[in-house]
Every structure is written in C-alpha cells, then in structure tokens.
Design a protein around this ligand. Structure first.
Ligand code: SAM
Length: 283
C-alpha cells in the first residue's frame, strides 16, 4: 500500500480505511510508522519488515496470511517494492495462492517524471545505482545509451558525484530535471541540462530528497534520420534524371549495400510527405 512521500494529504481514503481494518501492518520502521499511524488516529499491531530481516520475517508473515488474517505492507514512504522491501513478500504470497492487491498512491519516481516535461511515454526506472565501481560504470554506460527517459534515486550527499558521472557519460548538455522535496513545501525542479544542474548544486548545497529524471539519448535517432535523408537525396537525384522509382532504388541499393525493398519503401513514404525539395535534389 502506498503512503505519502512528504505530504500527509496524499494518503488516500481507501488506504486509511484499510490501515484501520487489517490484522497487521508490516512496515520498514515500526517507530516511524507508529508516528504516522498516530497522526491518523489508527491503533494497529506493527511488525518490522526490512532488508535486514526479510528472510526471517517472510515465513512468519506467510503463516499469518495462511491463517486467514490480513496484512498491509507499507514502507517509510511511497510504494513498497519500489526501491523498498516488498517484492519478496508479494511473490511468496502469490506462490501460495494468497490474494495480493495494491492500494495505489504516491511514488517519487512517477511523480517526478510526470512533472519533468521530459518524455513519459517510454521510461526506465533504475532506482539507486550500484555502489561497486565496476557495476556502477556498466549501469551508467547503459543508461547513457538509452533512448528512453531514465528515473534515478540518489541521496543528497552523493548527488553532485552522480550528476558528474552522468555528465561524463551522456555529455553535459543532456536534458535533466532534478526533482527535490516532491509534494513538500520546498518542492522544486532543477535543470534543464546536466551542466546547469551541477552548477546549481555547487552553489546550493543539496538538501532533502532527490529524484533524477534524465532525458534519453536521441543521437541514435538523429543519425538514422541523417542516413535516410542521404539515401533519399541519392534516389531523388536519379529520378530527376529520368530513372523510375524502382531503378533508382536498385542503383542506390547496389551503391550502398542497403536493401532495395527498404529503399523503395523509403522513397514511397517520402513522396507522400515530399521531404526533399526539387531544388535541393537538382543541386
Ligand atoms: N518507495 C519509494 C517510492 O515509491 O518513491 C522510494 C523509496 S527510496 C528508499 C527513497 C528515495 O526516493 C529517496 O532517497 C529519494 O531519492 C526518493 N524520494 C522519496 N521521497 C522523495 C521526495 N519527496 N522528493 C524527491 N525524491 C524522493
């Protein structure tokens, strides 16, 4: 079940209702969740479930569920299972045929993405990057090549280092939005490039919670567009000199090694939008 990432008003009515009805609440930190539940005036029994006791607790929680009781799983903030404990319990419960539902709500990554202005139709959630040097370098190099938007979590203490690493791998002009303190009083977005974010944080010490929304690598797409334009230019030049579409495609296929069928369809696609002007071709 999702809990707020900073703003208590973001807890849904349904979440509050279920928290007040379940037999047990499994949470990362019983002290922290105790304070949260007190604010809601909910008295519940709590059991800790975090990355250091997952194995030990899993069996206990499953027994409770198998006995027909209900458990609400919450984390310190946001959605459990998203850079937080939860995945193992959900999987184990489902394997036993126990019904699992998610009460949706705040998640820092999606909240940042939606407000970032960067493409949200395709994205990849990476959470916290590995800290081991080699694993981290591999992860960053993969991220740098991705066309889709990347979502990352980072602590304030390591934010500048991460931005510098991303700058090296992606180029300092890559679009970025660093979301700070989402849903809270001092919520802000810093960008629009890696370079400008680094400069900002070098004079404004990073404080609070951060989610990074990194724009994708569109260089690959651009180079494909350039390649297509060059092939079209060659074919249209031949057509202007009296060759048919089919012969023009065949000649350029021989010259470039591209498939004739692909060239022919490129030509047909462009003739409807007529992307090259006659003057350019006749040049
Ligand atoms: N499960 C959570 C979720 O659904 O977003 C994420 C938990 S992860 C352990 C905590 C990290 O999420 C923080 O270190 C920060 O990177 C990001 N985060 C959480 N709350 C945030 C907020 N209000 N603003 C910006 N980032 C936040």
């Amino acid at each position: 079940m999702a809990t707020p990432i900073g703003n208590m008003s973001d807890l849904s009515k349904r979440a509050k209702y279920i928290l007040s009805k379940v037999s047990l609440i499994a949470c990362e930190d019983t002290r922290r969740s105790g304070i949260f539940l007190k604010k809601l005036d909910i008295k519940a029994s709590l059991k800790s479930f975090h990355k250091h006791n997952t194995k030990k607790r899993l069996g206990e929680l499953l027994k409770i569920l198998e006995a027909g009781k209900s458990i609400a799983l919450i984390s310190d903030a946001g959605l459990p299972g998203i850079s937080d404990p939860g995945e193992e319990l959900v999987l184990a419960a489902k394997q036993l045929g126990i019904k699992v539902i998610c009460i949706p709500g705040p998640c820092a990554a999606l909240t940042a993405l939606v407000a970032s202005g960067l493409p949200s139709n395709k994205f990849s959630f990476e959470g916290f990057l590995p800290s081991k040097k080699k694993d981290r370098a591999i992860a960053i190099s993969k991220i740098a090549k991705q066309e889709r938007t990347t979502l990352l979590y980072e602590s304030p203490y390591k934010l500048i280092k991460l931005l510098e690493e991303l700058g090296k791998a992606c180029g300092n002009e890559r679009p970025i939005q660093v979301a700070r303190e989402l849903t809270k009083l001092h919520e802000e977005f810093i960008g629009p490039t890696i370079d400008s974010a680094i400069n900002y944080f070098k004079s404004n010490e990073p404080k609070g919670e951060f989610t990074i929304v990194l724009g994708g690598n569109h260089h690959i797409e651009d180079s494909q567009v350039d390649e297509d334009s060059e092939l079209l230019y060659k074919m249209k030049k031949l057509i202007n000199n009296g060759y048919s579409y089919s012969i023009a495609a065949k000649k350029v296929a021989i010259e470039t090694g591209c498939s004739k069928r692909l060239l022919y369809s490129l030509l047909h696609k462009s003739s409807s939008s007529d992307s090259l002007s006659k003057e350019t071709v006749e040049d």
